[in-house]
Design a protein around this ligand. Structure first.
Ligand code: NAD
Length: 509
């Protein structure tokens, strides 16, 4: 590789990686990456387009069709993934900091993200390394040997969002590589920095040139081209419903495999019996706060919809609003800050519109609902917005039906278990939801009736790399993580061998 000895700083805006080379955009266009805490640029990247995308897809195609990676023994592929995990651990501090500056989250959140990324690489390494190479099928005759084997899909296109830039990338890259694919990734145009850094780590771990490619650039050009490209075999997309629908439509023209991880409108159902003890009440409130406001609510599984039993509603919401008002907002790199800014001016404006519409529709503002006063930790130019609790909400409100993706919690109430379940399922999405109760029978009953891809009982937000992640309804198609997350990146092939071939004489002549 001609320029492999360069540091990322020397490489500057050559952030397109195709066939082992770091390149500027063919048009020469660049984009500034802004720190959401003050709206000031801290990096410059290549603004790629369709031409750059074609170049990267051609490199990935060559590496798949003629390269060694798809045929590399599974044990070697697994060893490489484990080396990547080790490199992530080595670079935890700089990567955590970079994720914080890029996405606005606190550095501690950035560090946790890097730990989770390393876990994903280790999980998929262990999963493929421990597998049987194929499944022997009983064909009913000693003369037939029949086996189903897994093969890589081919060239995978990956399109990722801005809220968990490296984590979402790793849920695609780790299984794709474990299965023997090559790929082209397009990170979000506003938070590409850690994904660019990961490509360097893959190279350092020994991945052959052309296997991992990245094109930085916008969705309407780079993303759209990847989705429609005839040489791409699979497109895996994480992002919003509108872009995801466009990706699915474009991919249908060439009948690609498609995986979609889309939005959510996630219910957090609290029964009064969960709040009977002081400890139970405190835990349920604390976790409701965490569910709604971590990373300023910019989480696909954010518990932005509190559905609480009428009898405890006033006490619960009062305590929740009291604590939400005390969340310390500021630049994610500052000590003591608990929540960073929103990722962009656009995301804050969207949040403000949702709050305004909710108030116009009759919601009661219990806290927040505005930009905070600037402070040394919170520059006026940053995209900050106060954690907001909206009481007296109902299912017809726009803020209850649509994904806000900001620090906004709506409150609805119920009186019976049936009513709670009906409210929790009354969404076009179905990504995640939680039920809080001290009654074990009720917990299992309600969990069984919720139409969501992940259901937490007396918890909110944890996920496991071993367990599938994905949604019912408009939250998506397919699953990431777990064995199904690996299966997305594979084709099954049935190899039927006749050990004693004879004429069949179907045709008499
Ligand atoms: P987005 O849909 O605006 O963008 C996501 C990615 O798609 C970006 O890289 C963007 O450039 C690209 N894109 C945009 N238009 C495209 C097009 N026409 N063709 C191809 N690519 C296109 O989403 P976002 O605002 O970056 O992220 C927020 C959304 O992501 C939320 O809806 C959130 O719920 C969802 N999300 C879901 C999960 C999950 O696991 N289900 C995880 C994280 C985020």
């Amino acid at each position: 590789m001609a320029n492999s000895t360069e540091t990322p700083a020397e490489r500057a805006h050559r952030t397109i990686h195709a066939g082992g080379e770091w390149l500027a955009a063919s048009s020469g266009a660049t984009r500034e990456i802004l720190d959401p805490a003050d709206a000031r640029p801290f990096a410059v990247i290549a603004e790629g387009d369709e031409k750059d995308t074609d170049l990267a897809v051609a490199a990935a195609r060559r590496a798949f069709d003629t390269g060694e990676w798809p045929h590399t023994p599974v044990a070697e592929r697994a060893a490489l993934l484990r080396r990547v995990a080790d490199l992530l651990v080595r670079d935890r501090e700089p990567l955590g900091l970079l994720e914080s500056r890029d996405a606005g989250k606190t550095v501690e959140e950035g560090r946790v993200d890097i730990d989770c990324v390393a876990d994903a690489f280790r999980y998929f390494a262990d999963l493929v390394a421990g597998e049987a190479p194929g499944r022997v099928v009983d064909a009913g005759s000693p003369d037939i040997h029949s086996v189903v084997v897994h093969e890589p899909v081919g060239v995978c296109a990956m399109i990722t969002p801005w809220n968990y830039p490296l984590l979402q990338a790793s849920w695609k890259i780790a299984p794709a590589l474990a299965a023997g694919n090559t790929f082209v990734i397009k990170p979000s145009e506003i938070t590409p920095m850690t994904t660019v850094a990961l490509i360097d780590l893959l190279t350092e771990a020994g991945l052959p040139a052309g296997v991992a490619n990245i094109v930085t650039g916008p969705g309407h050009s780079v993303g759209a081209r990847l989705a429609e490209h005839p040489d791409v075999d699979l497109v895996s997309f994480t992002g919003g419903l509108i872009s995801g629908t466009k990706v699915a439509q474009a991919a249908a023209v060439t009948v690609k495999k498609v995986a979609l991880e889309l939005g959510g409108k996630n219910p957090n159902v609290v029964f009064a019996d969960a709040c009977e003890t002081e400890e139970g009440f405190d835990t349920a409130v604390d976790q409701a706060l965490n569910a709604a406001f971590i990373h300023s609510g910019q989480v696909c599984s954010a518990g932005g919809r509190l559905i609480v039993e009428e009898s405890v509603r006033e006490r619960f919401v009062a305590e929740l609003a009291r604590r939400a008002a005390k969340i310390r907002l500021g630049r994610g790199t500052e000590d003591g800050v608990e929540c960073g800014p929103l990722v962009s001016a656009q995301q804050r404006a969207k949040t403000e519109d949702y709050v305004a519409s909710a108030l116009a529709e009759g919601a009661e503002l219990r806290c927040g609902g505005k930009r905070p006063e600037p402070s040394p930790q919170r520059p006026e130019t940053g995209y900050f917005y106060e954690p907001t609790v909206l009481d007296n909400c109902h299912r017809e409100m726009k803020v209850v039906r649509e994904e806000v993706f900001g620090p906004v919690l709506t409150v609805e109430t119920f009186r019976t278990e049936d009513e709670a379940v009906a409210l929790a399922n009354d969404t076009e999405y179905g990504l995640a939801g939680a039920v809080w109760t001290a009654d074990a029978g009720r917990a299992r009953r309600v969990a069984g009736r919720l139409r969501h891809g992940t259901v937490w009982i007396n918890d909110f937000h944890p996920y496991l790399p071993q367990a599938e992640w994905g949604g019912f309804g408009k939250s998506g198609v397919g699953r990431e993580l777990g064995p199904a997350g690996l299966a997305e990146y594979r084709e099954s092939k049935h190899v039927y061998q006749n050990l004693a071939p004879k004429p069949v004489r179907w045709f008499a002549g």
